[in-house]
Ligand binder design. Structure first.
Ligand code: UDP
Length: 341
């Protein structure tokens, strides 16, 4: 019998890739997603990759009766909790929506886990909890700064909630840096709704002619080329980190009930480096202009990865060129497909 892993938000960008990697590692993914920021086509992509349609529930995670039904129908061994809103700007405009979904949703998941005696969870956190760091790279022990947005506050609060529940629940808390790229098959990837906020989908849409030009948000920062620096991480590497985290929980290898890991490559890349790498690896020109700074942008952040390598036994394998190649491949596939839903 395979261990069953409930993947909340399992049709989202990271969730869908993780569902595939879980299956490949011998787990059975059970997916719950309300399709608020994803499409059913992701389920079809997963199905093509793993050869069968995984159990899928179209439910809101705040709906405890609906969650209860899933736990009644499946003996869940661990939960990976992705389902949350993730747009910083939107969270400033609609804070209630963010607190309701990201905090209320987490509480509902934990309540249901507790009721069914499921005590293993992987939590999607973010490098946003570090704010503008005094030093780079950031380590897991680097103190958090006050959150700059309701979104960031929900991630800090989520970590706190899990930390407060260690008397019954084991947590692997993964702080993601900037997830990009796509499955190399081009069958699943990121599906931004409307005009993308993030750099890579905006860049690929510009290269595809959907957007006229990319705006680089500021080039007078105190960095080598003046543009902001991030630790971009391939979504497949990120998905594989989740598999490691689930294995650690299920095999009872945790040293502490709440463990936190940085999930990044350990290398920072500037916005201009990203554009150049994309252009070089895909042999395509991306029109861009320098624009004003975007408010709230951190100047530079990248991960210190010693802990995750030594303790979790995970290290990113894919470089920026691979990320840009796979992101473009996905955009080309997307441009070919018509989504029904
Ligand atoms: N960025 C940009 N133009 C865009 C989108 C993003 O120059 O259209 C920059 C942004 O200022 C940041 C980096 O790209 O330095 C990554 O931004 P993204 O929104 O992808 O991720 P964040 O790190 O802000 O969560």
């Amino acid at each position: 019998m395979k261990n069953k892993v409930l993947v909340t938000g399992g049709l989202g960008f990271i969730g869908s890739h993780t569902a595939v990697c879980l299956y490949e590692a011998g787990f059975e993914p059970i997916i719950v997603d309300n399709l608020s920021n994803s499409k059913i086509s992701a389920l079809h992509g997963i199905q093509e990759l793993i050869g069968y349609k995984p159990s899928f529930y179209q439910n809101d995670i705040s709906n405890i009766p609906a969650l209860t039904k899933i736990f009644e129908e499946h003996k869940i061994d661990a939960v990976i909790h992705f389902a949350a809103y993730k747009a910083v700007g939107e969270s400033v405009e609609f804070p209630l929506k963010y607190y309701q979904n990201n905090i209320g949703g987490l509480l509902a998941v934990l309540e249901t886990m507790k009721a069914f005696n499921v005590n293993s969870v992987v939590f999607s956190s973010s490098c946003t909890v570090y704010g503008e760091p005094d030093q780079v790279p950031v380590m897991e022990v680097t103190p958090m700064k006050e959150a700059e947005s309701p979104y960031g506050a929900t991630k800090q609060m989520g970590e706190r909630i899990l930390n407060d529940n260690t008397n019954w629940c084991n947590t692997q808390c993964l702080r993601y840096f900037n997830p990009v790229g796509a499955h190399p098959s081009g069958k699943i990837g990121e599906l931004p709704l409307g005009i993308p906020n993030n750099l890579i989908p905006y860049l690929t849409q510009t290269a595809a002619g959907i957007r006229k030009e990319l705006t680089v948000f500021g080039d007078k920062y105190n960095t080598p080329d003046g543009t902001c620096i991030r630790d971009y991480i391939h979504v497949m590497d990120l998905a594989e980190a989740h598999v490691k985290a689930v294995e650690r929980l299920i095999e009872n290898k945790q040293e502490e009930a709440f463990e936190v890991f940085n999930i990044g490559t350990g290398t920072g890349s500037s916005v201009l480096e990203v554009i150049k790498t994309f252009e070089d690896v895909n042999q395509i020109n991306v029109p861009y202009k320098i624009g004003p700074r975007r408010s709230g942008d951190v100047v530079q952040v990248w991960a210190e990865t010693t802990k995750v390598e030594q303790v979790l036994g995970w290290k990113a394998q894919r470089d920026l060129s691979t990320m840009m190649k796979d992101a473009w491949n996905w955009q080309l596939e997307l441009s070919k497909k018509t989504f029904n839903n």
